[in-house]
Write a protein that binds this ligand. Structure first.
Ligand code: AHG
Ligand code: MN
Ligand code: MN
Length: 333
C-alpha cells in the first residue's frame, strides 16, 4: 500500500484547500522533525544515558527527568531559526522563549509539553510530546506571556507524537485529525489514517482511581455508576485503563473511544486539576473535538476557558461524546 507523506498531506492543505499558510506548514514539519529526534533518543534509552533524573525542578515544582530537558532543548533548537515563530512556551520553562534577534521572527506562537508521561520513561512505557500553535495577537509588537493567553478556540494547529511500539504523529489543522506513522528506515512520516473518529459511546474509562477519596461528588457519582456495571444505572459493564501518560491514554481514545478524566480534587484545593491548560488540555481538546469527541472541565468546553497564566491548570474530561456530556451534566446538577 502506498502512503502519502506528512509533507504531501500538508501541501494539499496549503495549496488545494487554502487551509494553512506556507509558514504554518513549515512550522509543523519542523516540529515533526524534532519529534523524530526525541523519539530516537527515547528509543536508545540507557545506551545513550538518557534515563533518570536531571537533578533540577521545573516551575510546577516537579523534578525534571533528563529526557524532559533533552526534549525541551530539541524542540527549542529545531524551531528557533525557521522564521515562522515569534516565541515558544513550554512546561519546562518558567517564561516564554523569544526567538533570538539573529533569526527572522514570524507570526506564530508554539507551546509544548516536550515529554509527557515522564514517570513512564524509566520503565519503558509509552510517552509523548504535545504541541499547540497560536497566532501572535494583532498589535503585539514583541511576544510576552500575555501574547500566549488565548483560549483554545484560537489554536490553528495542534498535535502529539506518541513514542510507543511504533512512533506516531497525530495532527489537526482544523480540518479533521490525521495520523502518521514514522517509517524508521526512511525517516518519513507516512499517513496511516486520514480521518480519526471517536465513537460517541464507550465502555472504557481512564482515571487515576487512587485519588478517589479526594474527588468531588459528580465525579464520584459517575465513577460509582460505571463500576456498578450492567445492573447499575448505566446498564453496561465498563473496563478501566490508566497509562499515566496523557498522550498514550488520549491516543487509545482517539483509536477506539473511551473517556479520560483528570478532575480537580481536594489534594490541592487551590489548583483546578493537575493537567496544564495551554500545552496539555487545549491541544488535546482541539484534537478530540476535531475527531467528533467532546472535552470539558466539568462546567464548560475547555477550549472556551480564557487563560490567565501560562502554566495554569484545568480539570479535564475528554473523549467519547455521550460520556463526556453525562459527567458534565452531573457537574451541573
Ligand atoms: P508530565 O509527564 O508532562 O508532567 O505529565 C504527566 C501527566 C499526564 O501525562 C498523566 O495523565 C498524568 O500526569 C498522570 O498523573 P498521575 O501521576 O496522577 O497518574
Ligand atoms: Mn504532560
Ligand atoms: Mn511533560
Amino acid at each position: 500500500m502506498k502512503h502519502i507523506s506528512l509533507t504531501q498531506y500538508l501541501v494539499v492543505k496549503q495549496r488545494e484547500k487554502g487551509l494553512i499558510p506556507a509558514e504554518l506548514r513549515l512550522l509543523i514539519e519542523v516540529v515533526a522533525r524534532a519529534c523524530k529526534r526525541i523519539g530516537h533518543s527515547i528509543s536508545k534509552g540507557a545506551l545513550a544515558d538518557v534515563l533518570g533524573e536531571a537533578g533540577t525542578d521545573n516551575i510546577q515544582g516537579e523534578s525534571q527527568k533528563k529526557l524532559d530537558v533533552i526534549a525541551n532543548e530539541t524542540l527549542l533548537e529545531a524551531n528557533e531559526w525557521g522564521g515562522s515563530l515569534a516565541a515558544m512556551a513550554s512546561e519546562e520553562m518558567d517564561e516564554p522563549h523569544l526567538i533570538p534577534t539573529e533569526y527572522p521572527r514570524g507570526e506564530f506562537l508554539l507551546l509544548f509539553d516536550p515529554l509527557d508521561g515522564s514517570s513512564n520513561i524509566d520503565v519503558n512505557v509509552s510517552v509523548g510530546t504535545i504541541f499547540s500553535v497560536l497566532r501572535m495577537p494583532d498589535g503585539d509588537a514583541e511576544a510576552s506571556e500575555s501574547s500566549f493567553l488565548q483560549s483554545g478556540e484560537r489554536q490553528v494547529a495542534a498535535g502529539y507524537a506518541v513514542y510507543g511500539p511504533s512512533t506516531q504523529l497525530v495532527l489537526t489543522v482544523g480540518d479533521g485529525v490525521a495520523s502518521f506513522t514514522l517509517d524508521r528506515e526512511t525517516g518519513a512520516w507516512l499517513l496511516t489514517q486520514e480521518r480519526m473518529t471517536i465513537p460517541a459511546d464507550t465502555k472504557e474509562f481512564a482515571i487515576n482511581a487512587s485519588n478517589m477519596r479526594h474527588w468531588e461528588p459528580p465525579v464520584k457519582r459517575y465513577v460509582d455508576e460505571m463500576l456498578a456495571g450492567k445492573t447499575g444505572p448505566l446498564g453496561k459493564d465498563y473496563n478501566m485503563r490508566w497509562v499515566a501518560s496523557m498522550v498514550a491514554d488520549v491516543h487509545r481514545i482517539m483509536t477506539r473511544g473511551g473517556i479520560f478524566m483528570y478532575p480537580r480534587d481536594a489534594r490541592e484545593p487551590n489548583k483546578p486539576g493537575k493537567l496544564r491548560l495551554m500545552y496539555e488540555a487545549n491541544p488535546m481538546s482541539f484534537l478530540i473535538e476535531q475527531a467528533g469527541g467532546a472535552s470539558t472541565n466539568g462546567l464548560q468546553r475547555i477550549m472556551t476557558v480564557q487563560p490567565t497564566q501560562l502554566h495554569e491548570r484545568v480539570a479535564v474530561f475528554l473523549g467519547s461524546k455521550n460520556e463526556v456530556e453525562r459527567v458534565t451534566r452531573y457537574h451541573a446538577s
